[in-house]
Design a binder for this molecule. Sequence first.
Ligand code: NCD
Length: 304
Amino acid sequence: MNKAARGSLLGIEHLEAKEILSLLTQARRMNPLKPRPLLRNKRVLLLFYEPSTRTRASFEIAAKSMGAMTTLVLSSGSSIEKGESLLDTAYTLRAVGADVMVIRHPNAGAPLLMATHLDVPVINAGDGMHEHPTQALLDAYTILRHKKTLTCLQMAIVGDIYHSRVARSAIHLLSKFGARITLCGPPEFLPDMATSLAPGLHITRTVEEAVRGADAVMVLRVQKERLAGTKLRLQDYISRYQLTTARLKLAKRDAILMHPGPIIRGLELTWEVADCPQSVIVEEVHNGVPVRMAILAKALGKAN
Ligand code: NCD
């Protein structure tokens, strides 16, 4: 197979810890309120085949604030609806002058396919059930604003882990730094052989066991249609796995509560938990901007 275009960010799995730390350092140097025009005259193409609010908005704001021109192409209303293939769409967008492509796609591997056929960097903004590397980086950035180090962190991840690219990328990232990660959810929502995904992974039967002593608790979105495919009724899920104030109290006193969004209050977590002082859900979104500024700058060789 051809090599992926230089500067691409396709996943966390194959990154080295030092590359991750370098991106996080770069993100810390970014000031979204006083951005440097590092991307002046650059064209950033945002190609979204799936819905998105925070990822799309923060990429757009990150790019524009550094002086880039952005163009958003959604699957609805574009030639994708007429049946144009991913690669033909990519060649078209390259031909109009894209310098970097940000893509979200329902199929795992779509960004890799693009990156091996294009001569411009491709950034994965979420591909199917595979990876969501920019989310993992903003999550690590957020954790580091509250905890001294990622090493030896105790992390609980609760919910639909199997379908979550956020969980997969977070697991890859945190396990590179020796974090101890505990997964908890209905068996249908846990990947087969989950514990072989990465070293330091554990599975617990109850949410109480997963959360006890954790430094950070990440709750994942649960789709009602997917829940319908399990043996659990909505009410059973809520009583067994919902993150409540009482359950969060089992974590360390200074534990943070994370969620990639969109959150469904009353299902995966209670209203009170979503807004409690330990919740960094809004902060994660906020941190998405400097992190994506760093990612774009690095992709275009403008990071320093
Ligand atoms: C996630 C996604 O799209 O993977 N959202 C996000 O980008 N912050 C999580 C989800 O949709 O469940």
